[in-house]
Design a protein around this ligand. Structure first.
Ligand code: LLP
Length: 451
């Protein structure tokens, strides 16, 4: 990715040296390149030219409003999975009629909100959800446009935790039951059954699972049309993989050709929901080396970013390339190290047994391909402050989410009244005892040493 490249031995984000951002905001921080975001989006848009397709950015990959607004400015819709994401999409300028609401556990309140703002489509995942949506739409005097998410029972060939299209996964309605469900759903008031949706997993690097899933979806669409359902939309989900190490994800054009085929075969328009493929390569996480520690069995580079900032390595055994921000000489020696954070768990690592050049305390390192499922999955575990996010455009950068203060973080806690009361009681007791202790003239009650 050319947007993060060395110039005169310094790693840049577009035209800004990462060292300059570090000096301004401190480490760790996430840094996104607008140019990379735009070019990824453009690649999708170009590949889908000639197909009646909507790119509905899956916010879950990175829901910073600066990122959403970048895509919204290019015409993107949004795929959201919670009221929070829906609110973020609206706040960042995505019009409601371009918002698709997915998710296996939409609550009554979330559906009411979405009906109220008039989103494009609900991707419904179960019959109880359909029934509740029907009730809510009817009482709100609205009609909900619905695509039923079907589970096509296709193995995406990706990590078990991000595989979603097998029968044993919690997602969607079994494709074998779909016709019967559409048949029953037709009778529900307030529901307009207009589509089918499928999402089989994330970080797919093979096309065959897509080929199979889209073919099954297209066959179902034709069968439903024959049953008299006005199916007009195929929501093909997201999931296209990126290169973290040596993966060879299929070109977007071949993926788009499969989508085009399904659209042609069925006469439907399509929606795609890419997340990772739009943002992963557009972000890095920059950290400082705190210590280098040589043990007898292993050497550790301890940095100030940790599993709470980027959980992917420990959660999915994911690989992220790590590079020094000051480029090392081409012939500099490398040795195997674990690159770890300060959190008190052995699972807190960014890289394991990684060949890495000599670095010293204070040096900066960049963890690459961190734009997707990085900041959004961060937590404040160990009472660590969430890393700020910065966006670069050309020679400019701006903080798009500041680092919170410790007051922001700790000040969220509230001590319940009963603890406060018992604190008062203890204090009262203590005062009472102190008063007794300070009555030396009586002599009798002055018992020092009572805590
Ligand atoms: N649509 C639906 C219904 C989804 O469930 C997802 C992702 C997407 C679209 C976007 O998929 P993408 O294009 O980003 O692969 N935290 C994991 C990834 C979880 C993906 C969940 N669903 C990771 O860090 O690998």
């Amino acid at each position: 990715m050319t947007e993060f490249a060395y110039r005169q031995g310094r790693l840049y984000a577009e035209d800004v040296p990462l060292e300059r951002i570090a000096a301004s905001v401190g480490t760790p921080f996430y840094c996104y390149s607008s140019k990379a975001l735009e070019s990824r989006y453009q690649a999708f848009a170009d590949a889908l030219k000639g197909i009646d397709a909507t790119i509905s950015y899956a916010l879950k990959a990175n829901s910073n409003q600066a990122v959403i607004a970048t895509f919204a400015g290019l015409g993107a819709g949004a795929d959201v999975v919670s009221e929070g994401e829906l609110r973020r999409a609206l706040a960042a300028g995505v019009p409601a009629h371009k918002i698709y609401f997915a998710g296996v556990g939409k609550t009554r309140a979330e559906m009411e909100y979405a009906l109220g703002v008039g989103i494009a489509e609900f991707n419904v995942e179960s019959e109880p959800e359909l029934e509740l949506l029907s009730q809510l739409a009817t009482s709100a005097g609205r009609t909900a446009s619905v695509a039923v998410r079907v589970n096509p029972d296709v193995d995406a060939g990706t990590h078990a935790k991000i595989t979603t299209g097998r029968k044993e996964n919690k997602f969607g309605i079994d494709i074998d039951q779909a016709r019967a469900v559409y048949g029953r759903a037709r009778r529900l008031p307030g529901i307009k059954l207009m589509g089918i949706s499928v999402h089989i997993g994330s970080q797919l690097t093979q096309l065959d699972p897509y080929r199979l899933a889209f073919a099954r979806m297209a066959d179902l669409a034709l069968a439903l049309k024959a049953d008299g359902h006005p199916i007009e939309v195929l929501d093909c989900g997201g999931g296209l993989g990126v290169r973290y190490l040596s993966e060879q994800p299929p070109p977007i054009s071949t993926y788009a050709a499969l989508i085009g085929e399904a659209a042609r075969k069925t006469g439907c328009r399509v929606v795609v929901e890419p997340g990772r493929a739009l943002v992963a390569e557009a972000g890095v996480l920059v950290a400082s080396v705190i210590y280098v520690k040589d043990g007898t069995a292993k050497s550790f580079v301890v940095i100030d970013a940790a599993m709470n900032d980027l959980i992917r390595p420990t959660l999915y055994e994911a690989y992220h390339e790590v590079v020094p921000v000051r480029q090392k000489a081409a012939d500099s020696l490398e040795r195997p190290v674990d690159i770890v954070g300060p959190i008190c768990e052995s699972g807190d690592y960014i890289a394991k047994d990684r060949a890495f050049p000599e670095v010293a305390a204070g040096e900066l390192v960049a963890i690459k391909t961190a734009g997707a499922y990085g900041a959004v999955m961060a937590s404040s575990y160990n009472t660590r402050l969430l890393a700020p996010e910065v966006m670069v455009r050309g020679g400019e950068f701006d903080v798009v989410r500041p680092r919170p203060s410790y007051d922001d973080l700790i000040g969220q806690d509230r001590v319940p009244a009963w603890i406060a009361r018992s604190d008062d009681r203890l204090a009262d007791d203590r005062h009472a005892r102190e008063r007794l202790v300070h009555l030396p003239k009586t002599g009798r009650t002055a018992k020092k040493g009572v805590a």
